[in-house]
Design a protein around this ligand. Structure first.
Ligand code: ZN
Length: 490
């Protein structure tokens, strides 16, 4: 499902048009969607947004979007971008906000009651972006450029946001280039566009790309030089796509997990790779994180497209299990894959079994980036299906990933990037340990059949997930038995 949303690129009043300052916020670490990521304030449209009248606007939908943007700006930062409210004191605005938050007054009632009104001329439409289909929560977000009213100072109201600051767009963009912040495509596009100054063609530059006009984003660069390119695959629900990653320098690139068996998706990926080749790069290798079909389904087609000199690299256990794909390079634990050019990128391979025997993760220590494959996901839960899956190995893998210092982002095989790596890894480890305790307790109470254990322990999952849960139970039982905590399995 795609929900309507709007967001505001808030400019500081009297900002220098050559180097405008914007209000950039950081999303809270505890959010389910895009936690810890830098963005512009905004959020989902509320039913009540439709009941607000906006002056100088005869388009109903546009009015609703403006109303939503203004409400979110007020709720998240306390900034009231209205006419008629110029005489309101800071204290009065705070009490209005309190009325709205506490539900004593709806947004339309509040505006009406205090004789405030929104004016479309205060909100410049600068794009419409649709969340890629790698996420369950998807938004069709309208972006507006607006200037912060003088004498109002945005202040992050604790909740969805962790912090916020005025920053020159060019400085924020440079922070992204230095891998210091994580941003989604519309944020990045906004910062980059404003970096060139508030020229007369500003709006035109904002709208110059089809992805700023509702066309789905394919190429997502949460961090520079790492393109996440979700491709549609026959994968496990709730995921519908597998993330292919293209890591590039000025002269070379590596392609991780071109997983789609579908021709249209293979073509889309090939054309993005071709664009990067036309800029003077060559494909070094196709690299596989592990053997599952949704990660390798497009390898042979891509290889044919790229020509014979492009090889496939994988762990030995992966290479041996794949009869249809020939691996030219066996990657061992601790081996470095180096991309030459600008910048030089060193990726250390980590053999991380658990989800699959030959699973590899890749760590870029300089940028704090960890490619986690299917060991850690931005969407859905990780399947541990013996004998390919192994819970003892998996727990060791999670601990190993957890022990790597200074990681700032996880790029998983499915779903959005994870900008809260240690929180996520702790959550994964604690979740498995808790399951294990409950499974042990079930066994001690006399339940022995995995299917019965699932019904006793997995009370929080839908029966649709029982088959997968049963495999996990078998994996936990193997681990408990190997550790001598339960009788050896028959
Ligand atoms: Zn997998």
């Amino acid at each position: 499902m795609i929900s309507d949303a709007s967001a505001i690129i808030l400019l500081r009043s009297d900002t220098d048009p050559n180097s405008p300052e914007v209000f950039l916020v950081k999303r809270s670490d505890t959010l389910a969607f895009l936690a810890g990521i830098h963005a512009f304030p905004g959020g989902q449209i509320d039913e009540s947004d439709r009941d607000v009248e906006v002056r100088n606007c005869d388009d109903r939908q546009l009015a609703t979007m403006i109303s939503g943007a203004a409400r979110e700006l007020f709720e998240e930062l306390g900034v009231l971008l209205v006419h008629g409210g110029e005489l309101l004191t800071k204290g009065q605005r705070a009490s209005l906000l309190d009325d709205l938050e506490a539900g004593r007054m709806s947004w339309p009632t509040l505006l009406q009651h205090y004789e405030l009104h929104l004016d479309a001329n205060d909100f410049t439409f600068v794009g419409r972006w649709v969340t890629p289909p790698f996420s369950l929560r998807r938004f069709d977000t309208w972006f507006f450029l607006a200037t912060c009213p003088p004498r109002q100072e945005p202040k992050v109201i604790p909740g969805e946001l962790a912090s916020g600051e005025w920053i020159e767009a060019s400085e924020a963009y440079n922070r992204w280039l230095r891998s210091e912040i994580t941003a989604v495509p519309p944020t990045l596009h906004g910062l980059k566009t404003l970096s060139a100054g508030m020229t007369s063609d500003l709006v035109e530059r904002f709208l110059s790309t089809p992805i700023a006009q509702g066309e789905p984003v394919r190429r997502i660069e949460f961090r520079p030089n790492y393109i996440c390119f979700p491709v549609r695959t026959p994968t496990r629900p709730p995921a519908t796509h597998t993330n292919c990653y293209i890591v590039y320098s000025s002269t070379e690139m590596l392609i991780f997990d071109p997983g789609s068996p579908y021709e249209d998706e293979q073509l889309a990926l090939a054309s993005t790779i071709d664009e990067l080749r036309l800029e003077g790069r060559s494909v070094r290798e196709i690299v596989l994180t592990h053997l599952h079909p949704d990660h390798v389904g497009g390898v042979n087609t891509l290889r044919k497209h790229l020509g014979d000199n492009v090889g496939v690299a994988a762990h030995k256990a992966t290479a041996e299990a794949l009869s249809e794909i020939e691996a030219d390079h066996l990657i061992e634990d601790d081996e470095f894959l180096t991309l030459h050019g600008e910048p030089t990128i060193n990726l250390r391979a980590l053999h991380t079994p658990g989800h699959a025997r030959g699973h590899l993760c890749f760590h870029d220590a300089k940028r704090g980036i960890l490619l986690t494959g299917d060991n850690v996901l931005g969407l859905g839960s990780v399947l541990i299906d013996p004998p390919e899956g192994n819970m003892i190995d998996y727990m060791k893998t999670l601990e190993r990933l957890r022990s790597i210092p200074d990681v700032t982002i996880l790029f998983g095989g499915h779903g959005p990037a994870i900008a809260t790596p240690y929180r996520k890894l702790d959550e994964y480890i604690n979740h498995r340990l808790e399951r294990e305790q409950n499974i042990l307790a079930a066994v001690e109470s006399g339940i022995t059949e995995p299917a019965e254990i699932v019904r006793a322990v997995y009370t929080d999952v839908s029966p649709k997930a029982y088959a997968m849960a049963e495999r996990a139970v078998v994996a936990h039982l193997e681990k408990l038995s190997a550790e001598g905590k339960i009788e050896p399995l028959k």
